[in-house]
Design a protein around this ligand. Structure first.
Ligand code: HEM
Ligand SMILES: [Ca+2]
Ligand SMILES: [Ca+2]
Length: 300
């Protein structure tokens, strides 16, 4: 059963240890904080917040990391650093699924977002769900209707979905996910000068797989989790099709306007929805485990 302060007896400093690690990683590589937010989404959305996304391909397990939906995910290696710090104080106590949740919570704070009171006590999966990823995580060009139905299936309503996509106020997108909007003709819903910028960032219709070509999600405040995302999409400066469509769909556009006008309303709705996402379908004590190494299931 997940609850607030699950580790208060078994590892009283657990949350503080994660926080210190997230801060020092942020100071080394600011983009780690960005990664933790996306990692939570891609773990929790796929079946359960069970750290399934961290497993490597080995002994009949197919890693989720190689899925096309997970393109661009980064900084997984630093999860092990957080885990090592926890193992040094409390061996075999804190789950990798809780590391993902707490790191996302603290990453949000590092990026100027709200403070979210997340529960702990999640257990780690004993397998990956690689084959099912595409049925849980929408594609970059799916319709709003489809996106809303995916989030609704995990208990997140229209307002919450609009708020969660505000995570695209930070981070980057590889050209692969944008070129369809630039070539052969520019998507008419793209601001022309913004399209010129994107074409400079992504000069080839078929992105060179060896070149790391990407554009920032939010040019104005790329490292701040703020409502600039909504102002951008209202100005036809959305990067992905799923972003831009929030403005034109009548179910989502009123929330876009409210969030664009009021950063603290955005933060409140983002907190609520991220909390719901972070509690999706926890694995039971009997079915799960606390992994020794977040990349592999335990062998005992
Ligand atoms: C319809 C739902 C969503 C779709 C289709 C989607 C798709 C994408 C894509 C294609 C990228 C760029 C990856 C790359 O090329 O490197 C991206 C980046 C990102 N997404 Fe989403 N996303 C969705 C929802 C969310 C949600 C709910 C969150 C978190 C609450 C989130 C957080 C992020 C973050 C933080 C990045 C930047 C990652 C980085 O710079 O390392 N996304 N998303
Ligand atoms: Ca998962
Ligand atoms: Ca921003």
């Amino acid at each position: 059963e997940i609850r607030l302060n699950y580790y208060s007896q078994s590892c009283p400093n657990a949350e503080e240890i994660v926080k210190q690690q997230v801060i020092s990683l942020y100071n080394e590589h600011g983009n780690t904080a960005v990664s933790w937010i996306r990692t939570l989404f891609h773990d929790c959305m796929v079946k359960s917040c069970d750290a399934s996304i961290l497993l490597e391909t080995i002994h009949g397990i197919q890693s989720e990391k190689t899925s096309s939906r997970n393109v661009g995910m980064r900084n997984f290696k630093y999860i092990n650093k957080i885990k090592d710090a926890l193992e040094a104080s409390c061996p075999m106590t804190v789950s990798c699924a809780d590391i993902i949740a707490l790191a996302a919570r603290d990453g949000v704070v590092m990026l100027g977002g709200p403070r979210i009171d997340m529960k702990t006590g999640r257990k780690d999966s004993k397998g990956s769900h690689a084959a099912e990823i595409d049925s849980f995580i929408p594609n970059h060009n799916d319709t709003t209707l489809f996106v809303l139905s995916r989030f609704q299936s995990v208990g997140i309503d229209v307002e919450g979905t609009v708020a969660l996509l505000g995570a695209h106020s930070v981070g980057r997108v590889h050209c692969l996910n944008i070129v369809d909007r630039l070539y052969p003709t520019v998507d008419p819903t793209l601001d022309p000068s913004y399209a010129e910028y994107l074409k400079r960032r992504c000069p080839h219709q078929q992105p060179d797989p060896n070149a790391v070509e990407y554009a920032r999600n939010d040019l104005q405040t790329p490292m701040i989790l703020d409502n600039m995302y909504y102002r951008n999409i209202m100005n036809n400066k959305g990067l992905l099709v799923v972003d831009q469509q929030l403005v034109s769909n009548p179910a989502t556009s009123p929330f876009v306007e409210k969030m664009a006008a009021d950063n603290s309303y955005f933060h409140d709705q983002f907190s609520k929805a991220l909390l719901t996402l972070s509690e999706n379908n926890p694995v039971s004590e009997e079915e799960g485990e606390v992994r020794r190494d977040c990349r592999f299931v335990n062998h005992n």
